[in-house]
Design a protein around this ligand. Structure first.
Ligand code: NAD
Length: 252
């Protein structure tokens, strides 16, 4: 990543009113929430493919809730970082149309982003699998797991998409629409290995968007569709872009 690349990317964003961000677990790593990939504590202990499958949840909810409780501890302690704040700033400045996120940690919303498409749901909500009642996370105690609904008959599950479950249709439609019509897609902290979310940057590219990728390491997108690959952490790279955009603002 060179200074010249940062300047070019910042200028392209500053010139556009139609940027869309697509984010993954990597954007929240510097907020203290481990990603699935990249060898971080939680997932050495729990195989995400096994624990995050709906069949595992239905088969042994107590076991899966043990993992969910640990993940919940990370999420409750986390605060939005510079990268979340940068996207919220871009929206306020009318450059960004929305964030499509695979994350369930609510950090974009807490950073002040208004248009957030929750592709995989939000762990701040929990849903009873029997009566469908939705609870806010702060109304449910995790002292005893698995938590139960007041209807007592069935289990409560975080309102997130497990492997083996469909993407909520409204979120899916909206994400496809934003991806199809954007001029620039900024992809931050995703391995782009989880489908169908991983198809979103390809759709943007094939619809004519410039793809800007920010990641610690190259991914399958890097050599195929990324026009700019800004290698570094989400906080490091967005701090540089933000500084450069401030310079552009002062010149205008
Ligand atoms: P992933 O774990 O598959 O990949 C994480 C990516 O982020 C990797 O490419 C890694 O190189 C990169 N990365 C790690 N630290 C980074 C940093 N500081 N800055 C920039 N990049 C960094 O994540 P994914 O692609 O989002 O897919 C996994 C699924 O896991 C998603 O569906 C998501 O819902 C779920 N998940 C969500 C959270 C969360 O809500 N915070 C956390 C873990 C997993």
């Amino acid at each position: 990543m060179t200074d010249d690349m940062i300047k070019q990317v910042a200028q392209a964003i500053a010139d556009s009113h139609n940027v869309v961000a697509f984010t993954g677990a990597g954007i929240s790593v510097e907020s203290g929430i481990p990603a699935f990939r990249g060898g971080q504590g939680l997932w050495d202990k729990y195989d995400p493919i096994e624990y995050a499958h709906i069949n595992s949840f239905l088969h042994d909810p107590e076991k899966v809730w043990q993992m969910l409780k640990e993940m919940d501890d990370y999420i409750q302690k986390a605060k939005p970082n510079v990268a979340h704040n940068f996207l919220s700033y871009l929206e306020k400045k009318n450059h960004l149309k929305g964030v499509i996120t695979q994350n369930v940690d609510n950090l974009h919303q807490r950073a002040g982003s208004q248009k957030v498409i929750e592709f995989h749901g939000n762990s701040n909500r929990l849903r009873c699998l029997s009566c469908g009642r939705v609870f806010s996370r702060d109304k449910i105690s995790l002292e005893e797991i698995p938590p139960r609904c007041t209807c007592k008959s069935r289990l409560v599950k975080p309102d997130v998409v497990f492997f083996g479950e469909p993407i909520p249709s409204a979120a899916h439609e909206e994400a496809l629409e934003l991806a199809r019509q954007c001029e620039i897609m900024i992809v931050i902290g995703t391995s782009a290995l989880v489908a169908p979310a991983s198809t979103i940057p390809y759709l943007a590219k094939h619809s004519g968007a410039i793809v800007i990728e920010i990641n610690l390491e190259p991914t399958s997108l890097t050599k195929t569709i990324s026009d700019f690959f800004l290698q570094g952490s989400a906080v490091e790279v967005t701090s540089l872009l933000w500084k450069e955009m401030d310079n552009i603002d002062h010149k205008e």
